[in-house]
Design a protein around this ligand. Structure first.
Ligand code: SAM
Ligand code: SF4
Length: 330
């Protein structure tokens, strides 16, 4: 099993399959989606699979596919099928996070390939605001994808919303209502300084406390989890017994670093042990040089042992990560 030097057990791996995206969310702002051949810097599906096999043998229980936008990677269902095979080695959950623009007609196929869970990102229910945030007019596609995921039988569907002052903070209650109406979990995330344009400012960040108070004054909510136990979110149910759930993720004002169980593999094969670390460990070079499974496992252990205690957003010593969210894998 993987333990870091703070005795945190690492069991959750985020795998970025691409750093590109078909959206341009202003708080992330990746490079455009590729057309044509695959960038040779990216790990192939075979490379991702063989690295994940080693991660699982070291006790990783959950893998979440991310990006960039994972659905822009061609034939992603093949990778899902390969990774689902790791369940016989101890993987407990294979999940994906997507912007939902291209998921609707793939929902059932991915489910039958072994995808257990899906999370969508949706910051606005108003087409004009959605467009101003994402640079895309595909709101209706995202809503269709959420419906398709439900029809395909995915359990515990989640919707993530990043709330930014002056952009979508007037939609907090509408998004909570969306959770109630559709009986799903909406998780509100504080805006983090991981945007490639470096526009983050505490003044435009809406805190989780403010979000909770806004929701609570419209629909009273009751805390469900007294401890986050390795989860990133505080979760709430509605006091009136309505369906749906609210999650609050407060990486800036109430960091969960002390309970962090995550590690990340970037699309170009680097281990990142924290979203905000500036240090990376090069698994791709090791693999392409013909490194053995033992050498790969040793590099993973070496990286985990050096996982930093936590981020320092807000402190005078804070340094922007060496990469933006889309390039690390959110
Ligand atoms: N493209 C996919 C999507 O948007 O769901 C997956 C990758 S995206 C980087 C993963 C998550 O990171 C999304 O829910 C997105 O809202 C969140 N995210 C991106 N930049 C962020 C930032 N600066 N602060 C907080 N969350 C951010
Ligand atoms: Fe693309 Fe996701 Fe970043 Fe938005 S948050 S630009 S959908 S990678």
């Amino acid at each position: 099993m993987l333990f870091d030097s703070f005795n945190r057990r690492i069991k959750d791996l985020r795998v970025s399959v691409t750093d590109r995206c078909n959206f341009r969310c202003f708080y992330c702002d990746p490079d455009p989606a590729p057309c044509g051949s695959i960038d040779p810097k990216l790990l192939t599906f075979e490379e991702i699979h063989s690295l994940c096999e080693v991660f699982v043998s070291l006790g990783i229980e959950k893998i979440r596919l991310t990006g960039g936008e994972p659905m822009v990677r061609k034939d992603l269902d093949l990778l899902v099928g390969q990774l689902a095979g790791l369940k016989r080695l101890g993987l407990q959950e294979l999940a994906m996070i997507t912007n939902g623009s291209n998921f609707a007609n793939k929902a059932a196929q991915f489910r039958s390939c072994g995808l257990d869970r899906v999370t969508f990102s949706l910051d606005s229910l108003k087409p004009d605001i959605f467009r101003s945030i994402t640079g895309s007019d595909k709101l209706s596609h995202v809503l269709e994808s959420i419906e398709a995921a439900r029809s395909a039988g995915y359990p515990n569907i989640r919707v993530n919303a990043v709330i930014v002052r002056g952009r979508n903070d007037d939609e907090i209650v509408d998004l909570a209502q969306f959770a109630r109406r559709n009986n799903l979990a909406v998780r509100f995330i504080e805006f983090m300084p991981l945007d490639s344009r470096r526009t983050w400012d505490r003044k435009n960040m809406v805190t989780a406390t403010e979000i909770r108070e806004t929701i609570n004054s419209a629909f009273p909510i009751i805390l469900k989890n007294a401890s986050r136990r390795g989860e990133t979110a505080w979760t709430y149910r509605f006091a009136d017994g309505s369906g749906g759930e609210i999650g609050l993720i407060a990486p800036v004002t109430n960091a969960f670093c002390g309970e962090c169980s995550r590690i990340r593999l970037t699309a170009d094969g680097q281990i990142k042990t924290c979203l905000f670390s500036t240090k990376e460990y090069d698994l791709r070079s090791l693999l392409r040089k013909g490194g053995s499974r033992t050498e790969v496992a040793n590099l993973i252990r070496f990286a985990v042992a050096r996982k930093i205690a936590g981020h320092t957003i807000g402190s005078p010593t804070f340094e922007y990560s060496s990469r933006s969210m889309s390039s690390i894998g959110g």
